[in-house]
Design a protein around this ligand. Sequence first.
Ligand code: AMP
Ligand code: MG
Length: 351
Amino acid sequence: MKTTIWTVDKNVDKQEGYQQIAQAAHFLKENEVIAFPTETVYGLGGNAKSDVAVAKIFAAKGRPSDNPLIMHIADKNQLKDIVEEIPEKAHLLIDQFWPGPLTIIFRKKEGVLSEKATAGLPTVAVRMPDHPIALALIAESGLPIAAPSANRSGKPSPTTANHVFEDLDGRIPGIVDGGSTGVGVESTVVDCTEEIPTILRPGGITKEQLEAVVGEVRVDPALADENQAPKAPGMKYKHYAPNAPLYLVNGTQSFIQKLVDEKQKQGQVVGVLTTEEHQGDYRADYIFACGRRSDLKTVANFLYKVLRSFNRSSVDVIYSEMFPTEGVGQAIMNRLMKAAGGKIIEETSEK
Ligand code: AMP
Ligand code: MG
């Protein structure tokens, strides 16, 4: 299959770029799947009502079928067509954070969406993305659009159209290229089907931000405990992984340097994931700075890009600094832990 790329300016309007949006939307209406930018990462969208379209999403990604998708809407009015009820706290969150990087779990309206899209669950995940291209495309299709991240399953999520092309060239008919995405990590997933909202996946909107609007917010205990089954089925999979083994290091730069030196002595090619502040402190084969530690939003922004850069290098092993789990740091550490398959080296235990 030939993969068409439509380049569209982010500030799409009715004149400029609308032809391309209309073409891409046509594919969606025909139950084909299209990649497009959102403010978090690139999504791979298809008609959420169609089993045929949804099956194509799972096939293109190689995604396990028990991992439900997020439905994307362009207008808050689309919500009532797909959910059974909108609880009061969900209303408050929608007013504050939509459009934006917040996915809310509702009880679903039966018989509307493809059962494959929701993996047969009685609930549905919905969000309204804050990106002019995503909104224009969804509105033009007139459909709720089921869209996971537009990467092959298990790989880092794509933050540029090029990343999508690397993973899905020949597997999908088209990519809308709207430049780099903004947030860089996926949406926060919050379950509003029970009295106290529960975060199932940390993301672009922080726990603190949610609490400021609805009071108490819980975090799914499984996020901190590998032995518990997470409530967001997707959180149980290994994810975001670079090709070489990645170790998170809880220690000083000089300790990390010692680990690098040891591996190099054994003839291995070694990479370090750091930030601009410490970039100059290391001697290694590949040193990639992921934003600035002083502004964790920039780390989130570049995280997947850096993980993909390691894949283009010849590293045998990667050591990464760790980050505080405050604000968006929670999402950063959640993704890094998954990318590392939970492997942490503690400086104290090595002494
Ligand atoms: P992705 O599409 O890769 O960004 O992942 C979507 C995340 O939302 C996955 O972790 C899913 O398991 C989760 N999710 C989607 N629908 C539901 C649902 N109905 N209940 C709980 N988690 C969900
Ligand atoms: Mg994903």
